[in-house]
Write a protein that binds this ligand. Structure first.
Ligand code: 5AD
Ligand code: SF4
Length: 471
């Protein structure tokens, strides 16, 4: 029985008028599995918005999905290779359902799609659609094309802007978004760090227009979102031009976003140290809605390695920049990314990284073993570091970073902090939110507080989250 037959007559007629013809058909289901960074998570949400218009609703399980989309990440070899093992399993599922009433279709989106293109179908012919991060606004067309021709691949960098073609979320989907949302404001990268695939998978640096971003933030705020995180691979290089051709920096954009009714908190990620402009640093002092947390990857503390990475700054440049940021906002919490075992990294280079961490002190950090990425300049460097050395350095780095994280979390015990509650906790009667410093806090409190910023006294610090009570 279709949806429409189960509705009372008057609702059905309104439903028919309001919705397009696809809405009459029984809904097909799509499972979108997203890997990698926040931008991929954002893209997955936008694909879901778009596919709803195409007659799909999202499901969390593969078994009832008509379409599975793997939204992939190419940043390290592990992430990338994992996709092919996932595809192997999906091929079996597709075979099992080949003669059933509900065949399975498989799409690969995201950065592996962009990097590998046709190669994906060569390695796994069960894939129906391959679509790059700049082309997923065409997903509906590509699925139809795959129906007609057997497959569709689109990884060209298009001339048109995908943001002009994406679809605003329906009320229903908006209501499911919760309290905090990502909004892509900038994409791609022109920095060409020698280890990194991003310039090749996401293309050249481009910024969305402020109008388009602010319209999206307004829509989200109307749907109950209280916190937006503006995202970009190089977000602080954001440079939008408004309708009158006036330049708009990230700081300017955040000021405008903060003025939107309902928006209580603003964050941004990920930043490059070289793009911490004066007005952005000043915004950390002047803009109340801008949260005192900054993810500012440094990758290494060795000048020699920073140069080989083409980071275009020294360790001291980074430390000085942090000093200026802390002068503007003394309580700011910092986090960073580190790579260990970059080609040629000596014990002395590695110790310089530990020294930088000791000097700066971070609230949290991410750390990775260097992973060779085909096509990047560092892949062809000699002096690749052996796996055992990488593991040993990673463990030492982790120890230091963990101890700083514990110290940071413990220091908040006894303090009163504003917590924006986001969801129910794992235990009955508990709700979970975030402090300004991006720490998760669990509190025994009524679920009606979800969506509100409430003062909480931190009573305890665990390994990954804090506990507190409403003041
Ligand atoms: N190997 C290991 N880590 C990498 N990153 C990017 N490229 C590589 C690579 N080839 C890390 C960087 C970056 C984060 C998103 O991933 O630290 O900041
Ligand atoms: Fe992974 Fe980078 Fe692509 Fe994000 S942009 S999905 S981190 S490769």
């Amino acid at each position: 029985m279709s949806d429409i037959e189960t509705l009372p007559a008057d609702t059905a007629s309104r439903y028919t008028i309001a919705a397009d013809s696809d809405a009459r058909a029984p809904k097909r289901k799509v499972q979108i599995r997203s890997f990698g960074c926040q931008m991929n998570a954002y893209d997955a949400t936008r694909m879901g918005d778009l596919l709803e218009k195409e007659g799909y609703e999202e499901t969390a399980t593969q078994d009832d999905a008509d379409l599975v989309i793997l939204n992939t990440c190419h940043i390290r070899e592990k992430a990338s290779e994992k996709i092919f093992s996932e595809l192997g399993k999906l091929r079996m599922a597709k075979q099992d359902r080949a003669n059933s009433a509900a065949p399975l279709r498989i799409a690969v989106a995201g950065c592996v799609a962009q990097a590998e293109g046709q190669e994906i179908r060569r390695r796994q012919p069960a894939v129906d659609v391959v679509v790059g991060p700049q082309n997923y606004h065409r997903l509906g067309d590509l699925l139809r094309q795959a129906d007609e021709k057997g497959s569709a691949v689109d990884t060209e960098f298009p001339v048109e802007d995908k943001f002009d073609h994406l679809i605003a979320p329906s009320r229903k989907r908006l209501a499911q978004r919760g309290v905090s949302a990502f909004v892509t404001v900038q994409e791609g990268c022109d920095k060409f760090c020698t280890f990194c695939v991003v310039p090749y998978t996401r293309g050249a640096e481009t910024s969305r227009t402020p109008e388009s971003i602010l319209a999206e933030v307004r829509e989200l705020a109307e749907g109950g979102i209280r916190e937006v995180t503006l995202i970009g691979q190089n977000v602080n290089a954001y440079h939008g031009a408004d309708g009158n051709g006036h330049d708009c920096s990230l700081a300017g954009l955040m000021q405008k976003a903060a003025a939107i009714e309902g928006i209580a908190r603003i964050r941004y990620t990920t930043s490059h140290p070289r793009d911490m402009a004066d007005d952005l640093i000043a915004a950390h002092r002047d803009l109340a809605a801008l949260m005192p947390f900054l993810h500012l990857p440094v990758q290494s503390g060795s000048d020699r390695i920073l140069e080989a990475m083409n980071r275009n700054h020294t360790a001291l440049d980074y430390i000085e920049r942090v000093r200026r940021i802390r002068a503007a906002r003394p309580d700011i919490a910092l986090s960073s990314d580190f790579i260990v075992g970059f080609p040629g990294e000596s014990e002395e280079d590695f110790r310089a990284t530990l020294a930088l961490i000791e000097e700066v002190t971070f609230a949290s950090s991410y750390f990775f073993k260097y992973s060779v990425r085909p096509g990047t300049p560092a892949a062809t460097l000699e002096n690749q570091i052996d796996e055992a050395t990488k593991s040993e350095r990673l463990a030492r780095l982790q120890k230091l970073v963990d101890s700083q994280r514990h110290a940071f979390n413990s220091a908040t015990v006894g303090r009163r902090l504003d917590v924006l509650f986001e969801r129910e906790g794992r235990h009955a009667g508990q709700i979970v939110g975030k402090t300004p410093y991006l720490q998760a806090v669990a509190v025994d409190a009524p679920r009606e507080l979800i969506g509100q910023c409430v003062e909480v006294e931190i009573t305890q610090s665990g390994s990954n989250s804090l506990f507190g009570r409403i003041v």
